[in-house]
Ligand binder design. Structure first.
Ligand code: G3I
Ligand code: 9MR
Length: 678
């Protein structure tokens, strides 16, 4: 059976069930669910009765009634909650969940390929992070911007001076992705990020190839994910000193730039001290990339060879300098100018050794690397930028058949599954794996959730045991709304999403909607930014404010496991057929139009209803009262890309809550407006 286009389902979003603004008390994946997978919401606050209902938005009919689970308290969020399980509802459609006495949830969809747009958008997020190039309107829509950071005249910092390249030497290291909300480029963090995107292609080639992001390279015969990764790999290659194989830790300005656009951020740029972590991460990624780009010799002649050579040169540099850490404070004692940007410092490099050894052993089919640094020497953790042993395990497990002679792959598999089993065995009262330990809530906690999900997908690939798949899905649900903040953390994807990420282009571009497809850092009780948070409890320590770089920045190493998780789940649950809901190259599918909050709100005499369009689109605006009666309508009209508004005169309308709806093609967006009497 052909899946029903999600667009069609959303197009059915009509009045009866939608005319009520969603309550924050019901937390669920704001994107949707697969017909044949678990479906859960969490109800916080006291319901009037024990039942909940699922209503079809088109008709308001109740299609499912269930009983709320027992009340559970979660100390990390300070909430009591009950779970609503509607897994047995399998009919594709657009729905809301209704809890008598509490209200209705965000609308959601049950359908095939339900997370495809999120996977595509999160991958597209890397295009928006590209340095050294203009983003043109054909690919970036309203987020088009001039080129920034050519990085063709980068200075060798005194900490990085060598005989062949004394301090002040000018070199070129263009391209790459900006690390995060800042404009610097860090090799260590690029390592895990690039690996993760490449791993998606290696593990799920058909699905990865089907993700079409509309980037300048889309016309070539290479999957977009590999074209995108190459943008960063080419920069990384330039971070290697050709004279000795060592790799500079980062390319950076001395201090962070202000909240300006890339082309306005013009502080001098330096490459700083070479280090063993950067060099080994580089070796790992180049080795991995060599075996993957090998598939495209005519498009990239010689590339795979260059990558292999670069990987080996880096490995050899590290062999003679096995433990040179990057310690910014110490470096600043010795050299000028001082550098105050992200440190990505790491004092334990045994995992970097193990990862590089694993990638080189697989690509070069040589066991000797594994004797230098045995991947099994120590216990791994869920991957993060400073803990990468597990990335090597993923690679070894994926290639285990070819490795049987070199490594006890049975023991590797057993140890991996023990780890994954422990991770999958505990859930929070939200039913998610994420958060079952307080320690999950660190700076960038959303990447912990995504990386746990990626890990659980490896366990599913090894065992076909659906326990792992559902555990992974629970974390995708977490990221898209089933969490204690009520946010879907991906900009532009979900009803309630971050509007003010700590992301310089989003802050500086004058466009209300942030750059789409970016994953916010998430709850972080460390609150190192000193901003005002709505809660200090671990699971709720998040604030959607530019100020909050410790909870609301975005970063390449956080988006990558989201791309992987969403895509791997799609590959598993939705098959790899092209989605029927939108043309894969349809920019609108990647850059959704957005209805912005009306203002003023509350309003007395009139209100402006602003919206922003990424591409020219026909949109229709309507307003409804709480009984679902249409009280105002603006005829459908095609607007150019950009920000627009209509002005709504409220004269003669009774005070109360109104629902504004913008319809664009098959998508609908809503906001509430409170009218108070003058
Ligand atoms: O390693 C210690 C651990 O021993 C200790 O138990 C734990 C308790 O808090 O802290 C651990 O250190 C943390 C470290 O990350 C490693 O996890 C620090 O507290 C924490 O502040 C640090 O956060 C990093 C942050 O930079 C500050 O350095 C984030 O992981 C990292 O993602 C973030 O990265 C920044 C870049 O520097 C600059 N660009 C933006 C990017 C994202 O915000
Ligand atoms: O904007 C910076 C962000 O990208 C970093 O992750 C963060 C931590 O290193 O630092 C931010 O810069 C802040 C600086 O550290 C302190 N002054 C305010 C800056 C934010 O505007």
């Amino acid at each position: 059976m052909r899946p029903i286009p999600t667009a069609l389902l959303l197009g059915l979003i009509l009045l009866p069930a939608r005319a009520q603004a969603p309550t924050d008390a019901i937390r669920l994946n704001q994107i949707g669910f697969y017909p044949n997978a678990p479906k859960e919401a969490v109800v916080t606050g006291p319901p009037a009765e024990d039942t909940f209902h699922v209503l079809r938005v088109a008709t308001g009919d109740t299609v499912y009634t269930g009983t709320l689970g027992p009340s559970r308290h979660w100390t990390l969020s300070g909430e009591s909650m009950r779970r609503a399980d509607f897994s047995s509802l399998r009919t594709p459609g657009a729905y809301v969940l209704d809890v008598p006495g509490l209200g209705r949830s965000h609308a959601f969809v049950i359908n095939e390929a339900v997370h495809r747009p999120v996977a595509v958008a999160a991958l597209k997020g890397y295009y928006f992070q590209r340095a050294s190039t203009a983003l043109d309107a054909a690919h970036a829509g309203i987020w088009a911007r001039p080129a920034g950071h050519p990085d063709d005249r980068v200075m060798v910092h005194p900490s990085a001076a060598s005989p062949a390249r004394p301090a002040g030497t000018i070199l070129a290291a263009p391209r790459g992705w900006y690390d995060a909300g800042d404009y610097n480029k860090y090799v260590v963090n690029s390592g895990i990020s690039t690996y993760t995107l490449l791993a998606l292609y290696e593990h799920y080639p058909a699905l990865a190839t089907a993700l079409k992001t509309n980037i300048p390279e889309s016309g070539n015969d290479v999957p977009d994910v590999l074209d995108e990764a190459l943008w960063n790999i080419r920069w990384m290659l330039a971070m290697q000193d050709p004279h000795d194989g060592g790799v500079y830790h980062k390319l950076t300005t001395p201090g962070f730039e202000g909240a300006v656009m890339p082309h306005q951020a013009t502080q001098p740029r330096y490459v700083v001290q070479k280090g063993t972590a950067a060099t080994l991460d580089f070796a790992a990624v180049m080795a991995q990339a060599a075996r993957l780009y090998d598939d495209f010799p005519s498009t990239f002649p010689g590339l795979a060879d260059s990558l292999r050579t670069a990987a080996l040169a880096a490995w050899h540099w590290a062999r003679t300098r096995p433990d040179i850490p990057y310690v910014q404070g110490a470096m600043n004692q010795a050299f000028d100018p001082d550098i105050h940007t992200g440190e990505y410092g790491d004092s334990n490099l045994s995992d970097e050794w193990a990862w590089a050894a694993a990638e080189l052993a697989v690509t070069l089919e040589a066991d000797s690397f594994l004797t230098v640094a045995s991947p099994l020497d120590a216990a791994p953790d869920v991957p993060w930028w400073g803990g990468v042993r597990m990335l090597g395990w993923y690679t070894l497990l994926h290639h285990r058949q070819a490795l049987a002679a070199a490594l006890d792959t049975n023991s590797l598999k057993q140890r991996f599954l023990d780890f994954a089993g422990t991770l999958a065995s505990a859930r929070t009262p939200y039913g998610t794996v994420m958060g079952h330990e307080a320690g999950h809530f660190v700076w960038g906690s959303n990447s912990v959730a995504a990386n746990q999900g990626m890990l659980l997908m490896q366990a599913f690939r090894l065992t076909a045991d659906s326990t792992y798949l559902w555990a992974a899905l629970s974390n995708l649900d977490y990221l898209l709304g089933r969490n204690a903040t009520g946010y879907s953390f991906v900009t532009g994807y979900g009803d309630r999403t971050p509007m003010h990420p700590h992301h310089r282009p989003s802050q500086a571009d004058g466009i209300a909607a942030p750059v789409p497809g970016l994953l916010a850092g998430g709850p972080n009780p460390g609150r190192q930014d000193g901003c005002t948070y709505p809660s200090t409890l671990a699971a709720r320590a998040y604030v959607d404010d530019w100020c909050s770089y410790a909870s609301n920045e975005i970063a390449i190493n956080w988006n990558a496991p989201l791309v992987y998780l969403a895509a791997a789940i799609e590959a598993t649950l939705a098959g790899i057929a092209a989605p029927t809901s939108h043309e894969p190259d349809d920019l609108g599918a990647v850059l959704p139009p957005r209805l912005l909050p009306p203002y003023p709100n509350p309003a007395r005499e009139e209100a402006r209803l602003p919206f922003v369009l990424p591409v020219p689109e026909e949109v229709r605006l309507e307003a409804f009262d709480l009984l679902g009666r249409r009280v105002a309508a603006w005829p459908a009209r095609t607007y150019p890309p950009g920000r627009h508004h209509v002005t709504w005169s409220l004269a003669g309308l009774p005070g109360g809550l109104y629902l504004i709806r913008l319809t664009s093609g098959a998508r609908a967006y809503t906001h509430r407006l409170l009218k108070v009497q003058p």
